[in-house]
Design a binder for this molecule. Sequence first.
Ligand code: HAM
Length: 417
Amino acid sequence: MINKPRGTEDILPSDSPLWRKIEQTAHSVCAEFGFKEIRTPVFEDTSLFQRGVGDTTDVVQKEMYTFEDKGGRSITLRPEGTASLVRSFIENSLYANPQPTKLYYLISCYRYEKPQSGRLREFHQFGIECFGGTSDAADAEIITLALTFFKRLGVKDLKLNLNSIGCPVCKKAYNEKLKAYFEKYRDKLCETCLTRLDKNPMRIIDCKSEICSEIAKDAPRMIDNLCDDCKAHFENTKKYLDALDIEYTVNPNIVRGLDYYTRTVFEITSDALGAQSTVCGGGRYNGLVEELGGKPTEGIGFAAGLERLVMIMKAQGLCDTEDLRPDIFIAAIGDAADLTAQKLVYDLRSMGYKAERDLCGRSVKAQMKYANKLNSAFSLVLGDDEIKNNSAELKNMSDGESVSVALSADEISSHIR
Ligand code: HAM
């Protein structure tokens, strides 16, 4: 037997209603906030992620699914959505429209990580990106959208963690401080962090190795080293959140795992998740559009991991979804009844009812057992007599009451409505 690849999951029929509910909620909340859906390719030119996500990140250094296609091009399965959206924003001249450009996406992503609970190699994200939103209000708007989405789904006990990681100006001075600090531990840092020390010391703060994270605990913090503009931006963002009574914790340790962030970064966590507790992460990326060849344009967004969201919703008993049980099951015995059952089922479906019949050649008794298993609301049994009399007993499966009906979809419908 061939099994699914490690780190992937089948979304089975028992779970797909919950997924659909999540996706529908994403569509409706985005419509309320004026975000439009965009769909981009599953694979992109590898250099997009190298330049966009950053070549000192774990994602680019260790986790990308990269291969050469038959034309000799280096291709990568998208590890995230932001770089692809920036590419599309520039390539399709979306900047020519009145700004901001507000986009959202529901996508699969691919990262070669060590699989564990809440960490997969193929996973799904609901994400949004806002381009050209220069005001501090945009930061609060994005965070509010994320929280509205979770609230609409009934998810409880989420924590919003907020930080600012500054702009290229204050980051430069801060990186020097950081470098001087980590330099003292050069002989203890892991091999990956040694290369980060020269290229991007902030990444060391995000290292998962025990020794590096212990060393990073006492490192200087970006939030204490912000320039005046970044400080003012952070204070304003918090003011907007305060005005909306949104609770948050300023967490100076959030640096995010991707290189493009500037200023506001945030993560939404849940205790229901265990080690991989972040269900949603995002922030500003004011230099990314320019880095990828566009005109300087501010950007901000987030992505929520849908597998992790499903885990939280199951833990919180939020699995009430649309009722998929059949409205009616029509059992039949004999050729004439079989054809009539087929026609009635088809007519009822075209009227919007969930109508079922047997497709396995079962006896009438077995058909009724099957109708019970499907938890059908009503049943109708057709045999030669029913066809001759053009009438049958419509049974309410929950109370056992039955009523005589003519064999027409209109008449049946008037009783099961
Ligand atoms: P990220 O933090 O890498 O950010 O991923 C966002 C969310 O995707 C995480 O919080 C988590 O819920 C989920 N996720 C990430 N990796 C995995 C995995 N291996 N298995 C399961 N779930 C996972 C981004 O991707 C940014 N593009 C977010 C963003 C948008 N920032 C600005 N705009």
